[in-house]
Design a protein around this ligand. Structure first.
Ligand SMILES: [Zn+2]
Length: 242
């Protein structure tokens, strides 16, 4: 497959991380921390990793979190600028922090002008129940919603209910170990046209973009279902430029 999109990787201005957060993120990655930092600085280094992994496009997850992570609003311009190196293969995501913004509508408009392709909302776990999306999907029927991580590990049933109920909601499987995907979502094939491939790399436990793809390919899915999840569903949501 030549057109795999990983809709969820973390390429963020890590130099802004608060020291305690940075310490936690470094744990277990000490050996290749410098390499990871260099990826955050240099899009060409990321494109090389993507080439080696057989990944065509990636979604660059970014969101302001000045109080917890240390990312301020410049995370949005970081993503937009980073993606300019190769707009076909790098999809910039950004965010507007509900509590810190003074002009939510204007801020969202500015992100669109900047070229941001997706807005990430990053709730705390207690607000992470996918049922919260029910109201949003009803009130904004034209809004395309992607549910990251599918409610794992607490809310898979709720996530599946929302997916079945609302056709504009998609599932991004990042953060779910690929070998467990069908355990968490045994009826995945019923919504297969709205499942998006994602890894959450380089978060803890996600070592390698390719390793996750290879594990996913061993699941008992048809070629057509694999292709939908890895390639065509993301192309429908984020059409290629050319
Ligand atoms: Zn993530």
């Amino acid at each position: 497959m030549k057109r795999i999109t990983d809709v969820h990787i973390h390429i963020q201005p890590w130099r802004q991380l608060k020291p305690a957060v940075q310490e936690a993120m470094r744990k277990g990655k000490e050996d290749h921390w410098e390499i990871l930092i260099s990826l955050m600085d240099d899009p060409r280094a990321l494109l090389e990793v993507m080439d080696k992994s057989g990944v065509w496009r990636v979604g660059l997850v970014n969101y302001p979190s000045p109080d917890i992570m240390g990312f301020d609003d410049s995370t949005n311009t970081f993503a937009a600028k980073y993606a300019q190196t190769n707009p076909e293969r790098l999809l910039p995501y950004g965010g507007v922090h509900a509590r810190f913004t003074r002009d939510p509508q204007g801020d969202v408009d500015r992100l669109i002008d900047l070229g941001i392709r997706l807005l990430k909302v990053h709730p705390r776990s207690k607000y992470g129940n996918p049922l919260e999306l029910d109201d949003v999907a009803i009130d904004f029927p034209d809004l395309q919603l992607i549910m990251a991580h599918g409610g794992r590990p607490l809310y898979m049933e709720e996530a599946f209910f929302i997916l079945r109920r609302h056709g504009q909601v998609r599932l991004d499987v990042s953060g779910i170990p690929p070998s467990k995907l069908l355990e968490y979502f045994p009826r995945l094939t019923e919504i297969v046209d709205r499942v998006l491939w994602g890894t959450d790399w380089p978060s803890p436990g996600v070592k390698d973009l390719r390793q996750n793809i290879d594990q996913f390919l061993t699941l008992p899915l048809t070629n057509e279902q694999q292709r939908a999840i890895l390639e065509t569903n993301a192309l429908a949501l984020f059409p290629a430029e050319s």
